[in-house]
Design a protein around this ligand. Structure first.
Ligand SMILES: C[S@@+](CC[C@H](N)C(=O)[O-])C[C@H]1O[C@@H](n2cnc3c(N)ncnc32)[C@H](O)[C@@H]1O
Length: 229
């Protein structure tokens, strides 16, 4: 079993690693040899969206997933998550890797079709609405029309709107633009996200998809699917 990074953050501001984070680590560990074969021969661009404490990106860096030549660009809307990701990487002595966390909305500031490995543990809890993207990072036409009061960073980490899928759909609908031609994405779902319906929809769009991990966590059932062309 691969070592889990040491993490210590201010959990009033940043999502505390939980069952979902650990399931993602297990999925990446399970697919480590596959990822090394699939992407290991090049300097792969690895982009974890919503990096939070940095536990997942640090785990990948610690364990050369997909290879020791990879370039890691984790992203988050929450500035405290970016700060925590830097300190988690330092705490775990990952300063050998090429690593540059960036505050951005999903992967919208990364050039099209550049990401080789995309990893996302999204805000997946069904809720009436999703907290709005802070106006300095919102590029939609409606941006700047409301006051910018996003201060509850934990709501942003958890609340996923209708079916808990609003943010995840923003990634899946942009996957063709985000992923490199031979790229692959690992995305976490809870049962209330109706992952089987989502996978069917993605397959109809031409994506290949496989279940990587599946676990009951308290009253949630969590699963991780990978998507590739
Ligand atoms: C469930 S937490 C996962 C944190 C970490 N990856 C883990 O597994 O422990 C979701 C993360 O996504 C971030 N997030 C939410 N919406 C985002 C968006 N539109 N763009 C980037 N990050 C976002 C939140 O700030 C939070 O850090």
């Amino acid at each position: 079993m691969l070592p889990t990074p040491h993490v210590s953050c201010d959990y009033d501001k940043v999502y505390e690693p939980s069952e979902d984070s650990f399931l993602l680590l297990d999925a990446l560990e399970k697919d480590r040899a596959f990822l090394s074969q699939f992407l290991g021969s090049k300097a792969a661009l690895v982009c974890e969206l919503g990096c939070g404490s940095g536990i997942v990106t640090t785990f990948m860096m610690q364990n050369d997933i997909p290879s020791k030549y990879a370039i890691y660009v984790p992203t988050d809307l929450n500035p405290w998550a970016i700060e925590s990701t830097v300190s988690t990487a330092q705490r775990n002595e990952c300063d050998q890797q090429i690593f540059s966390p960036v505050r951005m909305n999903l992967a919208h500031s990364v050039r099209s079709r550049q990401i080789d490995l995309l990893v996302f543990n999204p805000p997946y809890v069904p809720a009436e609405s999703v907290p709005k993207v802070p106006s300095d990072l919102d590029t939609s036409p409606a941006a700047g029309q409301e006051d910018d009061s996003t201060s509850d960073w934990l709501d942003l980490a958890l609340l996923g709107g209708d079916d808990g899928m609003v943010v995840t759909w923003k990634v899946l609908e942009n996957l063709d633009d985000f992923l490199a031609p031979e790229g692959i994405a690992y995305v976490l779902f809870c049962a209330r996200n109706k992952p089987l319906e989502v996978v069917k929809h993605m397959q109809l769009q031409g994506w290949k998809s496989e279940l990587v991990e599946h676990r009951k966590a308290g009253w949630e059932v969590l699963s991780i699917y990978k998507f590739y062309r």
